[in-house]
Design a protein around this ligand. Structure first.
Ligand SMILES: [Cu+2]
Length: 165
């Protein structure tokens, strides 16, 4: 009986902690064409990210080699919301297939784990996408200097729109 109560408590706790985060797929954002509303998103294991098809002609896919080695791949259909639950700590680069050439990509960081950052630095990408990813990586480095990226993975500030260029 005691064990059953403890199990229920444990299950309730983990359900309560898992969060949903929303990223919009947009034709225009902060003066830039073809962008995700959030470029760097900090989440915790068990959290789900929903990419909302606010504007059409977009989709979302993890970039090959741009996710932790043991994570499943992910690709959503065009013009529909997509969602993925993150269970493997690390960095994930997501892109829109139609507009990655215009730099339409972003990063999810699970559990503040940057262990696959080196792989991201050498990903082969279209020129503007490469520039954009370098810019995001630089933001990570700057923010991470001297302190953890964030202390509480689920604090509101974990949804961070990138400053305009
Ligand atoms: Cu797009």
């Amino acid at each position: 009986m005691k064990i059953r109560i403890i199990l229920v408590l444990v299950l309730m706790t983990s359900t309560a902690q898992a969060k949903e985060h929303v990223v919009e797929m947009l034709n225009e954002h902060q003066g830039h064409m073809m962008r995700f509303s959030v470029s760097i998103l900090n989440v915790a294991s068990g959290d789900t990210v929903i990419w909302k098809a606010t504007h059409k002609t977009h989709n979302v896919e993890f970039i090959d080699g741009g996710i932790p080695a043991t994570s499943a791949p992910f690709k959503s259909p065009y013009n529909q919301d997509g969602q993925f639950t993150f269970n493997v700590p690390g960095l994930y680069v997501f892109k829109c297939n139609a507009h990655v050439g215009m730099g339409m990509l972003g990063l999810v960081i699970v559990d503040n784990n940057l262990s696959n950052l080196v792989a991201l630095r050498t990903l082969k990408l279209p020129l503007l996408a490469r520039d954009r990813l370098d810019e995001l990586i630089k933001t990570l480095s700057d923010r991470g200097r001297g302190q953890p990226l964030n202390k509480k993975p689920n604090m509101p500030a974990d949804v961070t729109p990138l400053p305009s260029q």
